[in-house]
Design a protein around this ligand. Structure first.
Ligand code: A2P
Length: 272
């Protein structure tokens, strides 16, 4: 899906209704030389479930160029936030990283995705495993009151190569804890576990190794992963998804979908 072709119709000047909303950039934050987040206006008719993604992009050489982006803002907020990597030779992100307030952004009209609460059956704890920009859908889910209605405890893990790349995760967790709607629940029941793999930090190592060694659970004072008490959402690179999926399946977890809720769900962190 990360290389799914952009729709071929022009966004404007078409006799047919445009398949895209044309929105405006409100704010851009550069977190590192590889990562940035941005906020855009939200079309009044655009509804989504926390954890879903939409197609997002720009006009490039007279054609719309779009990629899948998870909404990183809560479903109830008036504006929309996204978190992106910058790929120097990436067709979209090499351009998108230069956006400024006031610029036009194209957005697909139909959100979709499997990283949604509807695809999971109820349990005691929800683990959200993310690497890199894979944290974006969880930025939305940790500010959804339903997350805390459905689960007693929510554990968000975020692993990046470097410490500076964890900054956006720290920021969205702080925002969730200060949120008027979910702040009390997030403060009491959201655990944020941030780790690095290529720079010294309080927690070092791949999340897969931490699960294998039981270090994650020991450090959090939680029991080992179990499909009886836990549900899992996974978002990261293709290799990370495969490696965590095999670990949860080895523990008997059944994959869920919108049509048939289960015990874990996965989604690729799209633009790479
Ligand atoms: P590592 O530094 O050991 O490759 P990337 O920036 O390449 O998307 O990686 C983001 C984070 O995900 C890095 O900390 C990286 O660790 C980690 N990672 C990459 N592949 C896997 C995998 N298969 N399983 C678990 N973590 C992974």
């Amino acid at each position: 899906m990360q290389d799914s072709p952009a729709a071929s119709q022009p966004a404007t000047a078409s006799a047919r209704p445009s398949p895209f909303f044309v929105e405006r950039v409100l704010e851009v934050t550069h977190w590192t030389d590889r990562l940035f987040s941005f906020r855009i206006t939200r079309p009044a008719s655009f509804r989504f479930r926390s954890g879903e993604f939409a197609m997002l992009g720009l006009m490039a050489d007279g054609k719309p160029l779009l990629r899948a982006y998870s909404m990183a803002s809560p479903f109830w907020e008036e504006t929309l936030e996204f978190f992106s990597i910058k790929v120097p030779d990436g067709p979209l992100t090499s351009r998108l990283q230069n956006i400024r307030p006031g610029d036009e952004i194209l957005m697909g009209k139909k959100p979709t995705g499997t990283l949604v609460l509807d695809a999971l059956t109820p349990a005691r704890r929800l683990y959200m495993f993310s690497t890199g920009t894979g944290i974006a859908p969880f930025a939305s889910l940790i500010r959804d009151p339903e997350t805390y209605e459905m689960f007693e405890q929510v554990i968000l893990t975020h692993t990046c190569r470097l410490k500076a790349e964890l900054a956006y995760g720290h920021d969205i967790v702080a925002r969730a804890k200060a949120d008027p709607l979910v702040g009390a629940e997030a403060s009491a029941r959201l655990i944020h576990y941030a780790s690095t793999t290529r720079e010294q930090s309080p927690h070092m190592g791949r999340i897969t190794a931490m699960v294998d060694e039981g270090r994650l659970f020991a450090e959090l004072g939680l029991p080992e992963l179990s499909s009886d008490s836990d549900r899992v959402m996974i978002c990261g690179s293709e290799a990370m998804l495969k490696d965590i999926k095999s670990r949860v399946e080895a523990r008997g977890f059944i994959e869920g979908s919108n049509a048939a809720p289960g015990q874990f769900v996965i989604e690729k962190a799209f633009v790479s």
